[in-house]
Ligand binder design. Structure first.
Ligand code: BMX
Ligand code: ZN
Length: 295
């Protein structure tokens, strides 16, 4: 069968036709995520993106930012979506496509794809996927089973606290790692430090060009992620952690995480690898997760 896979992130929305037999992308397209509080605007953007693919697809599999429970997207951090906090994802997409439609959190989907892409000889039981991008998301595979959670929440590691006195996160909690270490946070910290409006990408570029203040921002982000990995490893007995997202996949970032982990005792150091499917893990993960549930 052919799946119309959709990945809704804080920065971009991608759609692709995926051949379920081979897990291969046939055709792909993407747009910027509209920043809005109005569901109708997101729905209109999805409509124009999806319409060209509908005729060739048998079903729709969505990987989306936010807590996905019973097909409804609830933003844990609405600021990532321009303030939108609730969106009836499956209903809207069904109305557009008239195809069977399923949805899962973006990082959970990516975790699943990264897990099934691992070498079968790697003996992986407990794996965490972390995406460091607009937000910080996560997906857990424990005892080789993807954890989605009874309410869809499982893996939302971006909202664990690294600094109890830190800045207020969009989720309502103070000092979440997403508020201090995500791409958005890197841009915000750079903006206030340099007194100039910078995106996370701008700050990363400055760091790559040798700006030491910018490099410090990137290092604190990687150090925070390394602490999170150590905490979760000793909690869940992780053997493997997969790093993804635009920041996670940026030059050197994963090496910095590894350097900070190397300073810790051995029990806190799982195997760290880069996402094998790069930016397509969400699309491919949703397609293979729901293709498997259908058969
Ligand atoms: C946020 C949260 C997660 C998501 C993560 C990464 C919202 C809207 N999203 O923590 O559900 O997995 O961001 O999302 O609350 P991305 O947009 O950075 O890929
Ligand atoms: Zn938070």
């Amino acid at each position: 069968s052919v799946c119309l896979a959709v990945d809704i992130g804080g920065t971009k929305i991608a759609a692709a036709l995926v051949d379920c037999a081979t897990n291969h992308i046939i055709e792909r397209c993407q747009i910027a995520t509209p920043k809005t509080q109005q569901p109708a605007i997101l729905s209109a953007a999805l409509e124009s993106l999806l319409i060209p693919f509908i005729a060739q697809a048998d079903f729709v599999a969505v990987a989306s930012t936010g807590i996905i429970n019973n097909g409804i997207l609830i933003a844990l951090n609405p600021t990532n979506l321009g303030g939108l906090n609730r969106f009836e994802l499956v209903d809207y997409i069904y109305k557009i496509t008239q195809l069977p439609t399923y949805a899962i959190n973006d990082a959970q989907a990516a975790a699943w794809y990264e897990f099934i892409s691992l070498n079968p000889n790697s003996n992986t039981d407990n794996m965490l996927f972390i995406t460091i991008s607009t937000g910080i998301g996560g997906g857990l595979v424990l005892n080789q089973q993807l954890q989605t959670g009874a309410r869809g929440i499982s893996g939302h590691i971006g909202h664990t606290v690294v600094n109890a006195n830190g800045p207020l996160c969009g989720c309502g909690r103070q000092g979440c790692i997403e508020k201090v270490a995500s791409g958005t946070a890197i841009g915000e910290i750079g903006t206030s430090l340099f007194n100039h409006l910078y995106s996370g990408q701008d700050v990363y570029q400055l760091a790559l060009e040798g700006n030491s203040a910018a490099l410090n921002i990137i290092h604190s982000s990687a150090a925070a992620v390394a602490e999170l990995i150590a905490n979760l490893t000793i909690t869940l007995d992780l053997d493997t952690v997969v790093i993804g997202g635009s920041v996670g996949l940026a030059p050197n970032y994963c090496n910095y995480i590894q350097q900070y982990l190397n300073e810790k005792p051995e029990l806190y150091r799982p195997r760290i690898i880069l996402a094998q499917s790069g930016g397509d893990a969400g699309l491919l993960g949703a397609a293979s997760w729901f293709a498997q549930q259908q058969s």
